[in-house]
Ligand binder design. Structure first.
Ligand code: CMC
Length: 389
């Protein structure tokens, strides 16, 4: 079949690259929904695992299905001693996103009997990835601090158990509930870069561990998930409310991006940023204020005048770092924590892609040379384009 190429759009802006029934963004009204349910309702009432079930299987589970799903995830939380040994070989100074990407990919070595047309294989892989990613991340965190990883606790729900494995302390119930809501908020967001990456990888019919590993690598960049780390660094650099205007004017003048602002899909404030801001305030009321929150609020208000007219408002990353910091999560784990949540969305897209698969193979507009004649080395010009001359 010959297909006429359509016009080139950098970043595929506005180009539909798939059909999907998983989530939807109304960027003008600032509404995000998963399978038709608004994100604010899910964050208020659903747990992360219930949300993951909804995303992956399309419906909210009845009590028995939910119990079974939670139980299966709980039963698969432990990881092989070989994975713990592998994590011990990673350099302690490496970024945890790299450790997470490598460990997610390594699961493919342990569960290599790929059977993409078997529903049991699909649900087994879903459960295994959701269960083991938090365990591997928490293990890397303890190992890089020179400690032995601790085993998951069977009596703790998903979010509490992760915070427990990370901090070695059973978390306060309010902190655990807020962290669980953060996971709900980050679980899915239509065809963003990492999800697109997951779908492209899935379309080759490789295994789900490679699908998730490729998505983790994509999420790591500062224009995507990595922005949440940069927001805190930016707030610290600004330092106090009275320096906000000068910082913002400088950034606009020098055409520097303000981290945690802007989104390809939203022309108003990201609904997840609104909810995260409320969660941050709840945490500060209970566990003490964070002065950087005052800087953030001032930045949001000044930016409303300067960037608002261009449709640039806070995105999900603007307040998430302040929440995570209050929960005791180290800064370089912010993006890996995002990945724990987004694994649910990636797996939903993996399953959807398999349901109507065609390998992704876009075309390009070639801008290079027409045909040239090969010359022996002594006849070539010295200006050969190589950085080493
Ligand atoms: N600060 C200042 N100006 C901005 C910003 C910003 N954060 N974002 C966009 N703009 C301006 C940009 O300079 C450009 O202006 P002009 O037309 O005058 O040249 C215009 O808005 C369009 O920008 P763009 O970079 O072409 O927009 P995009 O849709 O390609 O990029 C984005 C979206 C999220 C990559 C971008 O807004 C950005 O880099 N934001 C900062 C990084 C960030 O917070 N990333 C987290 C994204 S949300 C979570 C996630 O997806 O992981």
């Amino acid at each position: 079949m010959t297909v006429e190429p359509v016009g080139f759009r950098p970043g595929l802006e506005g180009v539909p690259a798939t059909q999907s029934a998983i989530s939807n963004i109304d960027g003008q009204r600032g509404v995000l929904s998963y399978r038709g349910y608004r994100i604010d309702e899910l964050a208020a009432h659903s747990s992360f695992l219930e949300t993951a079930y909804l995303l992956i299987w399309g419906e909210l589970p009845d009590p028995e299905r939910l119990r079974n799903f939670q139980h299966s995830v709980q039963m698969h939380r432990r990881v092989s001693f070989r994975i713990r040994d592998m994590l011990k070989c990673f350099p302690a100074g490496g970024h945890p996103m790299d450790a997470l990407q490598a460990s997610a990919a390594s699961l493919g070595l342990f569960y290599s009997n790929r059977a993409l047309d078997d529903p049991e294989y699909i649900s087994g892989a879903v459960v295994r990835l959701l269960a083991k990613i938090p365990t591997m991340l928490a293990a890397f965190q303890l190992i890089r601090r020179g400690q032995d990883p601790i085993q998951p606790r069977d009596d703790l729900p998903y979010a509490s158990n992760f915070l427990y494995m990370l901090t070695e302390r059973e978390p306060d119930p309010l902190a655990a509930r807020i962290f669980d809501a953060c996971l709900v908020l980050h679980a899915e967001h239509t065809l963003n870069a990492s999800t697109f990456s997951a779908r492209v990888t899935a379309s080759t019919l490789t295994d789900p561990y490679a699908v998730v590993a490729s998505a983790v690598g994509t999420l790591a960049g500062p224009l995507h998930g990595g922005a949440n780390e940069d927001v805190l660094a930016m707030l610290e650099e600004i330092g106090s409310e009275d320096r906000v205007e000068a910082y913002l004017d400088g950034a606009i003048k020098e055409k520097r991006k303000v981290m945690g602002f802007g989104h390809r899909e939203y022309r108003v404030k990201d609904p997840r940023a609104t909810i995260l801001q409320q969660l941050a305030e709840t945490l500060f009321d209970r566990f003490g204020h964070d002065q950087m929150y005052d800087v953030a609020r001032r930045l949001e208000s000044v930016a409303a005048d300067r960037l608002g007219p261009k449709g640039i408002y806070p995105n999900v990353d603007f307040y998430s770092g302040l929440v995570y910091r209050k929960l005791g999560i180290p800064t370089d784990l912010f993006t890996p924590v995002f990945a724990i949540a987004r694994a649910a969305g990636w797996l939903a897209h993996w399953k959807e892609q398999l349901g109507a698969n065609r390998i992704y193979r876009p075309t390009q507009i070639y801008t290079g040379y027409a045909e040239r004649q090969w010359l022996p080395p002594e006849s070539r010009s010295s200006d050969n384009g190589s950085p080493t001359g």
